[in-house]
Ligand binder design. Structure first.
Ligand code: S3P
Length: 173
């Protein structure tokens, strides 16, 4: 295992828990979305508005490919990355993929209506995306309940789960 890749819906806590997990393991942390923003010089919202979602998805795959050559890394993905079959295949290489599973009510309460997440602007669209993506997230190696507990606790839950992992398992459900 060379990388841990955190997947899950917007608001699952990937970017918050990721650095804590990396610190716990003595690994580095990389968040894919800020890398895309830095490369483009535009925010995610600006990228969606000015270049379109397809461009953004291509950038997600490009950064995932860059990271596939690195070791000792915890990677936070954007909520749509693992739902894309091509990007998913890249993310899975030499990695343990962890789904931070949350209920819809949990993510709703965590996502501010500040326009920073274009696909969360419309709550009905968000609900259908949530339902559509579940079958993709299930393809993760490990599922961790991320509904409750502070981020440090969720990070410890993941560390415990992946230490015995390699195969899919449910943790603390
Ligand atoms: C998206 C999730 C966002 C970001 C973009 C698209 C999605 O990341 O990549 O707004 O398709 O679910 P977070 O999951 O970090 O919010």
């Amino acid at each position: 295992m060379k990388r841990i890749v955190l997947v899950g819906f917007m608001g699952a806590g990937k970017s918050t828990v990721g650095p804590l997990l990396a610190e716990h393991l003595g690994w580095r942390f990389v968040d894919i979305d800020p890398r895309i923003e830095a490369a483009a010089g535009l925010s995610v919202a600006e990228l969606f508005a000015e270049r379109g979602e397809d461009f953004f998805r291509g950038e997600e795959r490009r950064v995932a490919q860059e990271l596939a050559a690195e070791e000792g890394l915890v990677v936070a993905t954007g909520g749509g990355a693992f739902a894309n079959a091509l990007t998913r295949a890249v993310l899975k290489r030499n990695a343990i993929v962890v789904w931070l599973q949350c209920d819809f009510e949990t993510v709703l309460g965590r996502i501010p209506p500040d326009g920073s997440r274009p696909l969360a602007a419309n709550r009905e669209r968000m609900r259908s995306l949530f339902a559509e993506r579940e079958s993709s997230y299930r393809l993760a190696d490990v599922i961790v309940d991320a509904n409750a507990g502070d981020p440090g606790e969720v990070a410890r839950r993941i560390a415990k789960a992946v230490s015995g992992a390699g195969a899919a398992e449910d943790v603390d459900r």
